[in-house]
Design a protein around this ligand. Structure first.
Ligand SMILES: [Zn+2]
Length: 213
């Protein structure tokens, strides 16, 4: 463990007479003070550093999860969910599951209220479905927008069972194994109906829903 401590000290530059755990606790206290002074963005930067550290940080993750939901930071349930999941704690798991379920309920209601025909995502979630099968996949949360370079055609990844993947005869995609099947990467169009993916701003319906969280 001494080597680990040395490595952490080298990475994060805390004094020799301090352990990483004490250093992290002092940084969390600093973040808390910044929040009380109305400097939430600066606090979040400190907490993100702790959350991303090679040791992880349950408390920093849970704090960020809370701050992205209670309005201390601009409300972002997707980020909140990610931090709660990253906390790897019973409380974090409970919170992320609760958010996942609320987002799913709203997504289902929104997508069913909109006509089929256009496959549209916003930066975090779904806006409309092209066809019935994609509607189900979107509501189930099986589709994720991919990061592509600025100006490139938008892409998404999609999880499905190995059986379905085989039946669809999708060619030329990177495929990663997932617990329940596979994740098909770099899709530009719906694998069921061929509709091209479009990406737009978060709609007013989503914004209104986020306000209620
Ligand atoms: Zn489709």
């Amino acid at each position: 463990m001494a080597d680990m401590e040395q490595e952490l000290r080298r990475l994060y530059g805390y004094p020799d007479d301090m352990t990483y755990d004490r250093y992290a606790a002092s940084r969390r206290a600093e973040a808390e003070k910044l929040v009380s002074e109305g400097r939430a963005a600066d606090a979040a930067e400190i907490l993100r550093g702790l959350a991303d550290s090679i040791k992880g940080d349950r408390e920093a993750c849970e704090s960020l999860g809370r701050m992205y939901l209670d309005g201390t930071l601009p409300k972002d349930p997707w980020k909140s969910m990610l931090y709660y999941t990253a906390a790897m704690s019973p409380e974090g798991d409970r919170r992320s599951a609760e958010l996942w379920s609320r987002l799913g309920d709203f997504r289902g209601m929104l997508l069913r209220s909109r006509p089929l025909g256009v496959l549209r995502l916003n930066g975090d979630d779904a806006e409309s479905a092209c066809c019935g099968r994609m509607l189900d996949a979107l509501i189930a949360g099986s589709v994720s927008l991919a990061d592509v370079p600025e100006g490139a055609e938008p892409e998404f990844s999609m999880t499905m069972t190995a059986q379905e993947f085989k039946a669809l005869k999708l060619k030329g995609h990177e495929v990663m194994p997932t617990p329940g099947g596979v994740s098909v990467m770099d899709l530009k169009a719906c694998p069921y109906c061929g509709a091209r993916l479009t990406v737009g701003e978060r709609s007013s319906e989503w914004r209104g829903f986020i306000d209620t969280l």
